[in-house]
Design a protein around this ligand. Structure first.
Ligand code: GTP
Length: 332
């Protein structure tokens, strides 16, 4: 599943980027003015001015919904260079180096685990090296300063890392709860609605199949609910094996839905017939005996401007017709 299509369970990198770029625009403007007025470091002032402008550009681009991932990479590169340059150029006692401690949280929040590790490591090594080279004065003890800095940095880095791991696990768990059918593990009705909105933006020709097991109540009544559950799981597997698509959903009960994209009507009907035959030929098992199943299938083709509920209802009407005409049948 593409997580981007589903509701975010935490602040998205896009939102974080928007407010971070606003913050960096303001901070860099203040630092640029202070730099120019008080210490006149032109090179550093230049980097801060570029950071301020680029932060402002990113903020307005995000406001207009024109965010691009390269905005975040460029923004964080300029910010990191800015902090490392400040640590190298400014008097060490001014404390610009402390800003590098803030970088891991932004790297992890914007770029995730892998890039968070890499970028945080690069900044830690670079800052520790600058610190070691610059603390070789009567004011500092180089080894002990670098030791203390590294431990403080590692503590912050570790918390960022653990927080991101936990966030990703929670997010994946919530997505599976919201979008997966707990019994069969395939997508659920909510996922169908969400996927349909995304699919219809990309494809014009879409077919929906509703597949319903015939007389499923008898299986429950004869073999028990646990065997009924096992049959539903097996049926989901048969569908996955017969169709080379991930667009298979459990609508609820003994009803399943399949979406076909860019298929001719005749092809959709042929595929539905293949599914019907595959299930008819499959042997399901109870503790004691073999179980044979049949399904009825209703198909609808998406009409221009048709809403999801109407599309679903059209397939449902065809399913009703298949049931009415004796079951074990495809109706289009
Ligand atoms: N084991 C099991 N049974 C379920 C589940 N969800 C719904 N059912 C059962 O599915 C059966 C559906 O019965 P009906 O709607 O009467 O349909 P049917 O017996 O398949 O008959 P037709 O659809 O008309 O062919 C009911 O007995 C429900 O209890 C489930 O998750 N597990």
């Amino acid at each position: 599943m593409n997580a981007q299509r589903y509701p975010q369970t935490s602040v998205s990198p896009e939102t974080l980027h928007k407010w971070l770029s606003a913050l960096l625009c303001v901070l860099n403007s203040v630092y640029f003015l202070l730099n120019m007025l008080l210490v006149q470091k032109l090179g550093l002032g230049g980097i801060q001015l570029i950071s301020a402008f680029f932060g402002g550009y990113c903020f307005f681009a995000s406001l207009k919904g024109q965010y691009q991932p390269w905005h975040s990479y460029t923004l964080m590169t300029i910010l990191s260079v800015n902090i490392l340059a400040s640590a190298s150029i400014m008097e060490l006692v001014a404390g610009a180096i402390f800003w590098s401690l803030a970088l891991p949280i932004w790297y992890y929040s914007l770029f995730g685990l892998k890039k968070g590790i890499c970028f945080s490591a690069v900044v830690m090594v670079s800052t520790a090296t600058i610190l070691f080279l610059r603390t070789d004065t009567s004011l500092f003890m180089p080894y002990r300063t670098v030791f203390n800095f590294t431990l403080a940095y590692l503590s912050i880095w570790l918390v960022c890392h653990l927080y991101e791991v936990q966030r990703q696990k929670t997010s994946a768990f919530l997505h599976s709860l919201a979008l997966e059918d707990a019994l069969t593990g395939i997508h659920n009705r909510h996922a169908l609605k969400t996927d349909f909105s995304a699919i219809r933006k990309k494809f014009t020709r879409i077919h929906m199949l509703i597949i319903d097991i015939d007389h499923f109540k008898r299986i429950n009544d004869t073999f028990g609910h646990d065997i009924g559950d096992a049959v539903l799981i097996n049926l989901a597997n048969v569908l996955k094996q017969s169709l080379n698509t991930s667009d298979i959903y459990r609508l609820g009960g003994e009803e399943f839905v399949v979406l076909f994209k860019e298929m001719e009507d005749i092809q959709a009907k042929e595929w539905a017939e293949k599914i019907r035959q595959a299930i008819e030929q499959e042997i399901f098992h109870s503790h004691k005996e073999e179980i044979k199943l049949t399904v009825s299938i209703g198909i609808s083709a998406l009409q221009p401007q048709q809403e999801f509920t109407d599309f679903l209802r059209a397939a449902d009407e065809k399913l009703y017709q298949a049931k009415h005409e004796g079951r074990n049948k495809v109706c289009f």
